[in-house]
Design a binder for this molecule. Sequence first.
Ligand SMILES: CC(C)(COP(=O)(O)OP(=O)(O)OC[C@H]1O[C@@H](n2cnc3c(N)ncnc32)[C@H](O)[C@@H]1OP(=O)(O)O)[C@@H](O)C(=O)NCCC(=O)NCCS
Length: 192
Amino acid sequence: MNNAKTVNSSRTTITELMIPSYANFGGKIHGGILLSLMDKVAYVCAAKHAGTYVVTVSVDNVEFRQPVEVGEVVSLHASVNYVGKSSLVVGIKVVAESIKDASVKHTNTSYFTMVAKDDNGKPTEVPGLILENDEDIRRFLDAIKRKEIKNAYKEMLHDTKNNMDIEDNIHLLEKERCIIKRSSDMEGNWHY
Ligand SMILES: CC(C)(COP(=O)(O)OP(=O)(O)OC[C@H]1O[C@@H](n2cnc3c(N)ncnc32)[C@H](O)[C@@H]1OP(=O)(O)O)[C@@H](O)C(=O)NCCC(=O)NCCS
């Protein structure tokens, strides 16, 4: 791994003013605007580390905890948390700052998995990551754990979907806000 790079060498921040055209009908910033900025900062950070073109493969943990307002200044701080062979996980912390009252809120932290591609569009090896402090080590370990949990969760979802028997599980709808109107039930009395 003689081409390994530090986390600092690709650390990237994008700062952008939230203008009125980014707002939804409720006057708050569209989630899609933030997602697009997150994708951009993830790209720059991952491409800097990889030294190649990269693509977004998956996005984890997108949960906007507080709305962002027009006039706020949003900063997206990105760093490489983990590298595999051709994949990288970029952690992105999004903060919104109100210039008027100097308040800062942390809106979300999300994780983008990116894959480096060669000139033929094939996944290509990325440099290793030099972990220079406990924070770098913690983030790398966190990413490994998240990957394990995600794989186990994917398998569970796959099994659940493939083994779903409607009649065995239909009682679960009793407490849900839905009405079943299957023609096959019209003679029965289903009112979930
Ligand atoms: C992701 C992609 C490169 C995988 O290609 P592939 O031929 O299956 O390659 P591999 O199986 O060798 O996987 C390459 C890497 O991607 C990782 N990967 C693949 N699918 C993944 C997923 N769903 N989540 C996380 N990582 C994934 C693999 O673990 C592997 O990582 P590693 O090299 O660090 O071990 C391919 O599916 C692709 O190009 N997808 C489209 C991505 C894109 O265009 N994004 C923009 C959205 S429009």
